[in-house]
Design a protein around this ligand. Sequence first.
Ligand SMILES: [Fe+2]
Ligand SMILES: [Fe+2]
Length: 312
Amino acid sequence: MYKLEDVPPAIDNASTLGMLAAEQPLRIALFERLHLDYCCGGSTSLDDACTRRGLDVDSVREQIEAVDRGGSRHDEAAPEWRPREATIEELCDHIVSVHHDGMREEMPRITELLETVVRVHGADHADLEVVEQAFASLRAELEEHIEEEEVVLFPTCRGLEQGSIDPAGVEPELIARHRTEHEAVGRKLAALRELAGGYELSRALCATHRSLLEGLLRFETDLHRHVHEENNVLLDRVDALLDGPPLAGATPVDVLVEALVELADAGRAERASRLAAKAYAGLRRGEPDQAQRLDALMHKLILSPRYNDDKE
Ligand SMILES: [Fe+2]
Ligand SMILES: [Fe+2]
């Protein structure tokens, strides 16, 4: 029987491609086919992205809706991996084991294929050496980038989720820097496609060249998904945990005072006052000025009408 909840939500032309891909990962295959950049250009609206690619937005919207209804013959079966439903810990584990480890395996293989193709056909096809150089440059950048993610970014993301890292202590530019690096990688990836003739298999010069073009195409598709999972899911979630710039530069006592005021506002003024007293006792010898702030907060809370409400 047809149920009301089977009706997919209407697609808004103003929705961003990153949001549309995160909402329903099945749409990604369609975006790849139409060359709509949903990862590095994930903040672009459907409308603007279609205009840039010279596509009719209404027709693209209908195709997305067909994918949502399961009516498209082009797109693959529902992927089991749904990044939006994962925890930050699971996201980081997935990105490392699937995308980073996959790239570490695939990049040397592609490099070897390029070396063979340039050696055999380079004399008659000078463009192949240009592709080789472009891939080498992209590979070097990616190796450095994923290393930093595994050593700095992901431990920070995990720590923020677990509460073992104070958002105020996180380097303010960390997230923005990764987004900028993703944009640079996206530009190099697009340039590589251009240089390699759009990975058009009919232009393959031999079986090795064909393997190379297939490998580059798979590499591009995987990198798009990889950057999408980082930009539009992981980093968006971490941005929310960091709660924007107001906490940047705040001291631990600033954060504690803010949290205690929120606790009191939530109707637990007595509990907030007890915690302020505890923190005051711990700080009064080493940090008398900071302790004074907690003492003042404690008295303010005791005098608050909410404090007496708590006890009822
Ligand atoms: Fe990554
Ligand atoms: Fe990344």
